[in-house]
Design a protein around this ligand. Structure first.
Ligand code: CA
Length: 226
């Protein structure tokens, strides 16, 4: 889970960041509205914690621009205590929840979990590439009716490929994402895992995983030829 925190007060921002990182979220912090908006457009966050009082572009501007561009990432706004007007305005602009300042970290964390639950139940947990189907909630994989048993790492690699089926993933991206370390001690670890995945998925000779020198790996629907 990756969270963007847009908050100009250094102290509050690092307090939120530390707390969320302790709960195993990946956290990015922006200290003004423009920077926050740019990050939110570039990266697929699971949620955004957005302060209203920001220099330059305030939280309302950021929120309305995001929604105007079709970005539906769940947003919690941080408002001044007692400001009913701010809360109403935020909710009207498409915020998912609000939290009056000052707040206890536990409350932010609970509200975050709640909006993340809501948004994940709205999203389908299934990703398909041809007849290859992966359920991210159940962490199970099928080809047609046949379930495919994968180890945790094989699953993580396949999920990463399937979530990014529109693009090639290079070595560094895969190591970073699946092994959390761009410098694996085993130089051919990706090749080994790709080979294992292929033997499990491409058992009938249909080609799903492609490798282009200089670009990396990509998963695609087989186009009929074995
Ligand atoms: Ca502020």
């Amino acid at each position: 889970m990756r969270i963007l925190v847009i908050e100009d007060e250094q102290k509050v921002a690092s307090f939120i960041q530390r707390g969320l990182e302790e709960e195993q979220y990946v956290v990015d912090v922006a200290h003004d509205g423009a920077e926050g908006l740019a990050l939110a457009r570039e990266n697929p966050y699971d949620a955004i914690v957005l302060d209203v009082m920001l220099p330059g572009k305030n939280g309302f501007d950021v929120l309305s621009e995001l929604r105007a561009h079709g970005n539906q990432t769940p947003v919690i706004i941080l408002t001044a205590r007692g400001s009913t007007e701010d809360r109403v305005r935020g909710l009207d602009l498409g915020a998912d929840d609000y939290l009056p300042k000052p707040f206890h970290f536990e409350e932010l964390s609970a509200r975050l979990r709640s909006i993340l639950r809501r948004s994940s139940s709205q999203k389908s947990s299934r990703i398909a590439v041809g007849d290859l189907v992966l359920d991210t909630a159940a962490r199970r994989v099928w080809r047609g009716d046949k379930e495919i048993e994968l180890t945790a790492k094989e699953y993580a690699l396949l999920e990463y490929l399937m979530r990014n089926q529109h693009r090639y993933l290079n070595r560094t991206m895969i190591l970073q994402h699946v092994w959390k370390d761009p410098h694996s001690p085993i130089s051919n670890i990706i090749e080994v895992y790709i080979m294992r995945l292929r033997s499990k998925i491409e058992y009938d000779g249909k080609r799903f995983i492609h490798n282009v020198r200089g670009l990396g790996y990509r998963i695609k629907e087989p186009n009929g030829d074995a």
